[in-house]
Design a binder for this molecule. Structure first.
Ligand SMILES: Cc1cc2nc3c(=O)[nH]c(=O)nc-3n(C[C@H](O)[C@H](O)[C@H](O)COP(=O)(O)OP(=O)(O)OC[C@H]3O[C@@H](n4cnc5c(N)ncnc54)[C@H](O)[C@@H]3O)c2cc1C
Ligand code: SF4
Length: 489
């Protein structure tokens, strides 16, 4: 093994160097990272994580400032090892360069070889998260008994999860969450961001204080606090939103996990043990499903669908530009309470939770035919946990149905009634979730029917959409609805 280990900025944790006793060089490729108007809070947090890692590793570690990973790989001639990068772009940078020993990827539960084996056994069957997830559980003996049967008697406890939030509250009644406390390195990171700005890089959004873990030890504290304060409510409140509770029962671990600060298998095994301490199986299984199922699945689909998947897929022919208010996270003229809350939260900290990404931002953009490639760029730059590998299947596949159903059986779209059921947003809104025409028409409800009408030929034969499409015939005010603007926010 070479005496030098090259780390990319998303390979910061211990499991990226536990077999590397020599020198560590962390790349800081300014152009790759900042050239596309990243969220300011994401830039500050990520730079802080890189600088903290250098400080922790001391003299054996050096930060290499370069323009891009490709520029570094072209000019570096010493022998070094590098762990497979997480994007096509960065893997290509090291191709054909024999001084780099290339090691298999890390930071996921199943290996790329495991996934290839699983796919090869499916003989043309449709891809399904549920099948992959069960396979991974058996393979790693997670939540299965000695006969490989699921602990708790079921593979899935979705029917116990995803409840509406409690009534008449604006916040869940949970013990306080732990958030990291900033130190001098954060100040330094902020100064460096200002320097980048002087060099012409542009950032969007606010950066008041860092709220996401930037070190291994902070990540472990966030995780411990999640188990102590939110794991029990994780399942039931997974899809709920409340106006004064930005993270509800979510773990806040995607950002540190995606830059390698914690090994997902450690999270899975630790949460599995919580069953013995009385944690409900629905929450334990729900959390493990997110990481071992969804996260790994999305990762493997990035490679499986291939480099052109993002660029080539626009099944719904959605070609509208992302509106300026959303691109600039400017909510001053937004009246729709759900969008105002979610986009202000995003402006504040570069993060909102899953259902807000899927059923509020993603849903609105799909109904408004926003171009899916623009949206990939938006999510990648403005979300603290955004990286190219997470975008493909989440944005193109799941959120925008731009691949025509390669990974989802139907588009994730709904009217205001779903948002009303799962949040307290509608009570304080100028629009009414059950109104589809006129001044008080909810943009989601009007948008839902317009969306179905536009794509009725595509969806009429989809068994999960045909009921909605048939419903169009019963709408007495369809003509009026189609004449009105549904993009008023
Ligand atoms: C349109 C859209 C864009 C998304 N973009 C990202 C992204 O850029 N980065 C990202 O990590 N996740 C993304 N997700 C998935 C999910 O929304 C986030 O992982 C989650 O909100 C992160 O917050 P958390 O750590 O508190 O998650 P929790 O709700 O506590 O879930 C636990 C963990 O499960 C994993 N996970 C769950 N679902 C997914 C998924 N679909 N894809 C990948 N990991 C998943 C994450 O690692 C997360 O930390 C996206 C989802 C959608 C619909
Ligand atoms: S009424 Fe419509 S726009 Fe207003 S908060 Fe509810 S879903 Fe959002």
């Amino acid at each position: 093994m070479a005496n030098i280990r090259i780390l990319l900025p998303d390979q910061l944790g211990d499991h990226f160097i536990d077999d590397a006793p020599g020198q560590i060089k962390i790349l800081l490729p300014a152009k790759d990272l900042w050239r596309r108007k990243m969220h300011r809070a994401k830039a500050q947090w990520w730079l802080s994580a890189i600088l903290h890692r250098k400080e922790e590793l001391g003299k054996r570690c050096e930060i290499i400032e370069c323009e891009s990973v490709a520029e570094f790989a072209n000019s570096f001639k010493e022998k070094a090892s590098v762990i497979a990068p997480t994007s096509f772009h960065n893997r290509k940078a090291f191709m054909g360069k024999d001084n780099f020993e290339k090691l298999p990827s890390r930071g996921f539960v199943t290996s790329e070889k495991d996934f290839a084996n699983w796919i090869s056994q499916r003989a043309g069957k449709k891809l399904r998260l549920e099948d992959f997830y069960r396979h991974a559980r058996v393979m790693h003996s997670v939540l299965v008994d000695p006969e490989d049967q699921p602990v708790g008697g079921a593979w899935n406890f979705d029917h116990d999860n995803r409840l509406s939030p409690p009534k008449n509250v604006t916040k869940l009644n949970l013990k306080p969450a732990y958030y990291p406390v900033e130190d001098k390195i954060d100040e330094l990171a902020r100064k460096k961001i200002k320097e980048y700005e002087r060099k012409g890089y542009v950032f969007v959004g606010k950066d008041d204080k860092r709220e996401f873990a930037a070190t291994v030890s902070e990540t472990k504290k966030v995780f411990k606090n999640f188990i102590e304060t939110r794991l029990n409510q994780f399942g039931p409140m997974e899809d709920a939103s409340l106006t004064n509770d930005w993270h509800m029962s979510h773990s806040l671990l995607s950002a540190p996990m995606n830059i390698g600060l914690i090994d997902p298998m450690f999270l899975i095994k630790s949460v599995e043990k919580e069953l013995k301490n009385g944690a409900p199986i629905a929450s334990v299984e729900g959390f493990i499903r997110q990481i071992m199922g969804w996260r790994d699945y999305i990762w493997h689909l990035y490679w499986y669908f291939g480099e052109d998947y993002v660029k080539d897929n626009n099944y719904l022919k959605a070609n509208n530009k992302l509106p300026d208010w959303l691109a600039n996270l400017d909510t001053k003229n937004v009246k729709a309470n759900c969008l105002k809350t979610v986009v202000s939260d995003l402006e504040q900290r570069a993060w909102v939770h899953h259902i807000q990404r899927l059923m509020m931002l993603g849903n609105w953009c799909m109904q408004q035919a926003i171009n899916p490639q623009e949206l990939v760029d938006f999510f990648d730059r403005l979300f603290i946990d955004g990286h190219p590998w997470v975008m493909a299947a989440n944005v193109i596949g799941m959120s925008q149905y731009a691949d025509g159903g390669k990974m989802s059986t139907k588009p994730y779209t709904s009217g205001g009634s779903y948002i009303n059921k799962m949040s307290n947003f509608c009570g304080g809104c100028v629009y009414k979730p059950d109104v589809r025409v006129g001044e008080q028409a909810c943009p989601f409800t009007a948008g839902y029917w317009k969306f179905l009408n536009t794509h009725k030929d595509k969806f009429a034969k989809n068994p999960r959409m045909s009921q909605g499409v048939n419903g169009l015939k019963r709408l007495k005010d369809l003509n009026q609805l189609l004449k009105e603007k549904s993009n008023t926010i």
